[in-house]
Design a protein around this ligand. Structure first.
Ligand SMILES: CC(C)(COP(=O)(O)OP(=O)(O)OC[C@H]1O[C@@H](n2cnc3c(N)ncnc32)[C@H](O)[C@@H]1OP(=O)(O)O)[C@@H](O)C(=O)NCCC(=O)NCCS
Length: 191
């Protein structure tokens, strides 16, 4: 598939937003505490009772909202283009006030978003690699990415790309009713 990855400015976030970010939830990674947690946590992949589609666009902000919420001067926006059609997209941020995922570090990049159009599975890998190179060029030493235990395909993808799971936060979304039961999983890639 002849897609080309390009870096675009914020004015192309409307094109970016045309790539849907939906996940089919057939299994989840269930957390087992060993010895109340003293022995660590184990993730078991188990089928869900009722498979469903999680539509990330319906929960948080849309790509065009990022401009209202953050100063995006230290953000990179990438599109995977099939001719004139966006087949995938990714965004990376570093050194940005108000992005708590950055942990007040200046050497950490966050893969804020990545999505491949369902008709273009396979563009995730070049997008991820582009994000890595961009982060390296901006002198970051690690790239962090957040996902949830209900997004097993994304977890498999990050693992395959060479990320390591660093944090399992069982109650991170407790105040957000539709996703309160989900577990936050934070992955890190060493640049
Ligand atoms: C995550 C995502 C960007 C990956 O992009 P992609 O183009 O589908 O990924 P690829 O097809 O290049 O897959 C690369 C590897 O990731 C893993 N992977 C991807 N999708 C997978 C799935 N459904 N189940 C298991 N592993 C999967 C595999 O290891 C795969 O390698 P393989 O094909 O050799 O087995 C894409 O699936 C997507 O857009 N998902 C919906 C949005 C989303 O969840 N974004 C992340 C939010 S945290």
């Amino acid at each position: 598939m002849p897609v080309k990855i390009i870096e675009v400015g914020p004015e192309r976030l409307v094109d970016y937003a045309s790539v849907p970010i939906k996940v089919e939830v057939k299994t989840i990674l269930q957390v087992e505490l060993v010895d109340g947690g003293l022995g660590g946590m184990v993730l078991h992949q188990v089928p869900v009772e009722k498979p469903c589609v999680k539509d990330y666009d319906s929960y948080g902000e849309t790509p065009t909202d990022w401009l209202k919420l953050f100063d995006v001067s230290n953000w990179g926006f990438f599109l995977a283009m099939d001719g004139e059609k966006p087949a995938g997209a990714a965004a990376v941020a570093f050194d940005t006030n108000g992005v708590f995922m950055l942990e007040a570090r200046r050497d950490l990049a966050v893969l804020w978003d990545i999505c491949a159009h369902p008709a273009y599975r396979g563009v995730g890998i070049p997008l991820f690699r582009y994000a890595i190179e961009w982060s390296r060029r901006h002198t970051c030493r690690q790239m962090k990415v957040e996902t949830q235990n209900v997004n097993v395909p994304a977890c498999s993808f990050y693992l395959r790309m060479g990320c390591q799971l660093a944090e399992i936060h069982r109650f991170r979304y407790a105040s957000v009713p539709p996703v309160a039961h989900e577990v936050m999983l934070n992955w890190y890639y060493t640049l």
